[in-house]
Structure formats: structure tokens, C-alpha cells
Design a protein around this ligand. Structure first.
Ligand code: FAD
Ligand code: NAI
Length: 465
């Protein structure tokens, strides 16, 4: 078979690249080894984790928040098999939807493991047996990422789990230890805490979510602690031993010191993800990787002509929407159009309750770069909708660069801020100043009025607090 474009990997990077290529008239094939399209995101990432976060948030609200709103529930109980089933239903529906989109855009879906066998040639070991060779003008590598293992900690995906096992635990653990206070640890730790587990998070560094603006991550940690999550910051796990009754987790201060043992029923290893390029045959054509295994890119091109790379297996944040935008841009570039991704405006959301949503530079980054900036802040405690909804935790912070009068960062912690960050991204794409946001009419009463008030704060005229 001969193609204009063959994409290896059917995640959000790969399948969006395929759709756009199909729209632009390129004869396209997508190869996926998992047996289902959607990649990590749809199968074992964004979608199943959000399904459990949503359901477990309702479960906790039913006992903790509903009574204060005059809603009494008796006999509330957890039906974990149903909660897991509705998660699987969401995954099934969406992965089938992606298959439909491939057919709609005339993209050939090849089920199997793809390996580059020369420039313009991809060999596929088919899931159903046998192999197939695809000839193509261009190849896009979209093979994604896998969890980073922790030396000395053997994953069995039942008691010692990565995010994949943590999405399908058959019962609520009594005690859960999460290694790594990053996005996965805090999202999935929150799920199991809400369902009844005692959750302790062990983090190597002295702060949680290390890349997030410190004022926001500090406020976020305070709220998580209030909810009952425990933290061992500045500690590392040096071993996990399987004992008959449970797991014995040895932790040590990161800076050195005496070890302690914590007991757990389940340990979740969530210390980051690494690019996946095993068996891909990149060495056969000389595609380079960096020291950490990522395939670097220059406008989505690898160092070899005709071979492109997008998503988690290349540099940049490991996020589904970043992979998607790169997929679109790469398809357009391959079709002879212009493809562009603005890496300064990629939102980052942590879907806990409250949520964290950030975009652009943090205060720490601006200080380190010597950029003069002004700050405006607004607490949800002073927002009328937040007070009405009993959702007063958190704040909005807007950062404006003095020299350009452009908003360069917005950082929020609060209920539903993941939906609110979109307006800020649009504003930043259009080069907005804080005043532009402050003078834009926002509906009342909405949580988004907090963004408007924080934006006013940049020029010192916050009105509602
Ligand atoms: P992937 O989604 O990893 O897809 C790559 C695909 O390629 C895989 O299906 C793999 O089977 C296939 N493949 C690999 N090698 C081959 C080969 N040689 N031949 C054929 N197929 C191959 N991001 C967000 O933006 N929001 C979230 O809420 C979010 N939540 C997450 C929750 C969890 C628990 C996890 C683990 C991740 C989450 N992410 C989230 C990150 C997100 O899933 C990834 O950034 C995204 O999936 C990357 O897309 P991708 O297309 O680059 O790779
Ligand atoms: P992460 O990079 O977000 O966090 C890993 C944490 O583990 C860091 O705080 C790090 O300091 C810590 N750590 C590293 N080694 C350690 C050790 N030995 N002991 C203790 N702590 C250690 O990685 P995570 O949570 O695994 O997620 C991987 C990626 O998946 C994220 O970076 C993100 O890109 C993506 N993701 C995105 C989500 C979202 O957008 N809502 C949700 C889940 C994942």
C-alpha cells in the first residue's frame, strides 16, 4: 500500500493528525498496537481518570456538602463496580467515536505494531497475525509515553500500581501511599481518598506540583490537607516490601537521614512519564533522541527528512491538547500549509476539587528571567457565585509584563477553573492586557468574574474585595 502519510500511534496526537490530514486530502494511514484508538488519553489517562474524579466528587459531596444545602441522603453507599463500569463505558464510547472519525475522514486504520524499516517504509506486525508493509511519502511518529519506573519498586498493577492499575482497583484500599505529588498522584490520590482510603503522598521535593506557581501550589496543598490528604514532602521512597498483610514502604528524607517505614495496602508510583520509542526502528534511519529518550523536533520535523514527531514522545509538556495541536500543525505542514503551536499559551489543568488551572509564566519564572511584572489577585471568597455555591476555596492571579502591557500568566485554584482558563488563553493569544480583560463584560453571577476582578487588580482597581 502507498500513502502520502503514515502515522504511528493512535493517541490524541496521532488521531488528530490523521483527521486533519484526511480533511486536507492526504492519503493517510494510522497504525495503533493497543487494539483501540485514543492512546493513553482515552484508554488509561485523561478520560478514565476524569470519569472517576467526577463520580467520586459527587460521592463525597453527597455526604459532605449536600446536607448544608438542605439535601439529606440516607443510606448513601458506594457501588464501586458501577463506578468503574461507567468509567469503562465512557472509554468505550469515545474510542469507538475515534474509529468512526477515521472512517469519516477516509483514514486507513491498521491494527498492529509499526516499525520504521527505512525512509518511507513502515512494517506493521498485525494484531491478527502476519505483517503488512506501508510505503509512504511522510511518517509521523506519535508513539506517546509510558510511566517512569522507580528502581527497586516492582509494579504488579494490583497492589503496587501505576496510574493504569490505580484506575481499576477492585476495592477501596484502607491505606494508599502515592509516590510523587504531581498531577497523577494528586488526581488519583483524590479519587481514592474520596472513596474512603487514607492517602499519604510522598514527594521528593519540598513542594507539591513543583512546576506550578508557588503561591497557587501552596494554597492547593492547604486545601488538600484540609480534605484529609497527608503529605511527606522532601522524602523519597527507597523500597517497597510485600508483606503478608500489606506493603511496607521505606521512606528517607531526600537530603539524607534516618529511614522510616509506612504501611500501605496499595502503592501508586506516579513520578512522571517517559517517551515510548521501543521497537520503533528509529535507529534504522538515524532519527536522533536526546539523553532522556525524547525525539527532538524543529517545527515537528525530526533530523531525518520526511519523518516528523509529535506529542508525548517529543519535547514539551506531556498533555493531550498539546499533542493534538502538534498533530494538526504537522498535518498542515506535510500538506504544504503553515502549521504552528504557541507553546507560551498551553493551559495546564489539575482536575481535583478545587481544580488548578494555569497558563503562561509563573511568578518564579518571571523573577528568574528578570522580567518586570505587575500582579492582580482575587479570592473566590469574595466572588458572589462561589459564596452561593459553597465553593469559596482558592483565588485567581493575573500577571502582566510591564514593558509590553501583555498578560503573560494566569494562575487559578478554585471550583471549575479548568473551564475558565479558556477565556484567558484566547485573551493571551490576542495579546490582551489585563485592562482588556477587566473591561470585558462578564456575566453575573459567575465564577469568571473573579478573573475580571483579578485583572482590575493589576492596575490597582479591584472593586469587589
Ligand atoms: P499517547 O496517547 O500515549 O498515544 C500513543 C499511542 O501509540 C498509544 O496508544 C500506543 O499504544 C501507540 N504506540 C506506541 N508505539 C507504537 C508502535 N510502534 N506502533 C503502533 N502503535 C504504537 N493530559 C491532559 O491534557 N489532560 C488530562 O486530563 C490528562 N490526564 C491524564 C491522566 C493519566 C492517568 C495519564 C497517564 C495521562 C494523562 N494525560 C492528560 C496525559 C495525556 O494522556 C498524554 O499527554 C497524551 O495521551 C499524549 O498523546 P500522544 O498522542 O502523544 O500519545
Ligand atoms: P509529574 O511530573 O506531574 O509529577 C511527578 C512528581 O513526582 C514530581 O512532583 C516529582 O518531583 C516527583 N518525584 C519524582 N521522583 C520521585 C521520587 N523518586 N520520589 C518521590 N517523588 C518523586 O508526573 P505524573 O504525576 O506522573 O504525571 C505524568 C504526566 O502526565 C504529567 O506531567 C502530565 O503531563 C500528564 N498528566 C496530565 C494530567 C492533566 O493534565 N490533568 C493528569 C495526569 C497526567
Amino acid at each position: 500500500m502507498s500513502y502520502d502519510l503514515v502515522i504511528i500511534g493512535g493517541g490524541p496526537g496521532g488521531y488528530n493528525c490523521a483527521i486533519r490530514a484526511g480533511q486536507l486530502g492526504l492519503k493517510t494511514a494510522i497504525i495503533e498496537s493497543r487494539g483501540k484508538l485514543g492512546g493513553t488519553c482515552l484508554n488509561v489517562g485523561c478520560i478514565p481518570s476524569k470519569a472517576l474524579l467526577h463520580a467520586s466528587e459527587y460521592f463525597e459531596a453527597a455526604s459532605k456538602t449536600f446536607p448544608s444545602m438542605g439535601v439529606k441522603i440516607t443510606g448513601l453507599e458506594l457501588d464501586l463496580p458501577q463506578m468503574l463500569k461507567q468509567k469503562e463505558d465512557a472509554v468505550d464510547g469515545l474510542t469507538k467515536g475515534v474509529e468512526f472519525l477515521m472512517r469519516k475522514h477516509k483514514v486507513d486504520y491498521v491494527k498492529g505494531f509499526g516499525a520504521i524499516a527505512g525512509v518511507g517504509r513502515v512494517e506493521v506486525k498485525l494484531i491478527d497475525g502476519g505483517s503488512q508493509t506501508l510505503e509512504t511519502k511522510a511518517i509521523v511518529i506519535a508513539t506517546g509515553s509510558v510511566p517512569t519506573p522507580l528502581p527497586g519498586v516492582d509494579i504488579d498493577e494490583e497492589r503496587i500500581v501505576t496510574s493504569t492499575g490505580a484506575l481499576s482497583l477492585k476495592q477501596v484500599p484502607g491505606k494508599m501511599i502515592v509516590i510523587g505529588a504531581g498531577v497523577i498522584g494528586l488526581e488519583l490520590g483524590s479519587v481514592w481518598r474520596r472513596l474512603g482510603a487514607e492517602v499519604t503522598v510522598v514527594e521528593f521535593l519540598d513542594k507539591i506540583t513543583p512546576t506550578i506557581d508557588t503561591e497557587i501550589s501552596t494554597a492547593f496543598q492547604r486545601t488538600l490537607k484540609k480534605q484529609g490528604m497527608k503529605f511527606e514532602l522532601g522524602h523519597k521512597v527507597v523500597g517497597v516490601e510485600k508483606a503478608s498483610g500489606g506493603l511496607l514502604v521505606s521512606i528517607e528524607p531526600a537530603k539524607g537521614g534516618a529511614a522510616r517505614t509506612l504501611e500501605a495496602d496499595v502503592v501508586l508510583v506516579a513520578i512522571g512519564r517517559k517517551p515510548f520509542t521501543e521497537g520503533l526502528g528509529i535507529e534504522t534511519v538515524g532519527v536522533k533522541t536526546d539523553q532522556r529518550g525524547f525525539i527532538p523536533n524543529d517545527h515537528f520535523k525530526t533530523n531525518i527528512d520526511g519523518i516528523y514527531v509529535i506529542g508525548d514522545c517529543t519535547t514539551g509538556p506531556m498533555l493531550a491538547h498539546k499533542a493534538e495541536d502538534e498533530g494538526i500543525a504537522a498535518a498542515q505542514a506535510i500538506a504544504g500549509q503553515w502549521g504552528h503551536v504557541n507553546y507560551d499559551v498551553i493551559p495546564n489543568v489539575i482536575y481535583t476539587d478545587p481544580e488548578v488551572a494555569t497558563v503562561g509564566k509563573t511568578e518564579e519564572e518571571l523573577k528568574a528571567a528578570g522580567i518586570e511584572y505587575k500582579t492582580g489577585k482575587f479570592p473566590f471568597m469574595a466572588n458572589s457565585r462561589a459564596r452561593t455555591n459553597h465553593e469559596t476555596e482558592g483565588m485567581v492571579k493575573v500577571l502582566e509584563e510591564v514593558a509590553t502591557k501583555k498578560v503573560v500568566g494566569v494562575h487559578m485554584v478554585g471550583a471549575g477553573v479548568g473551564e475558565m482558563i479558556g477565556e484567558v488563553c484566547v485573551a493571551m493569544e490576542f495579546g490582551a492586557s489585563a485592562e482588556d480583560i477587566a473591561r470585558t463584560c462578564h456575566a453575573h453571577p459567575t465564577m469568571s468574574e473573579a478573573i475580571k476582578e483579578a485583572a482590575k487588580g493589576v492596575d490597582g482597581w479591584t472593586m469587589q474585595a
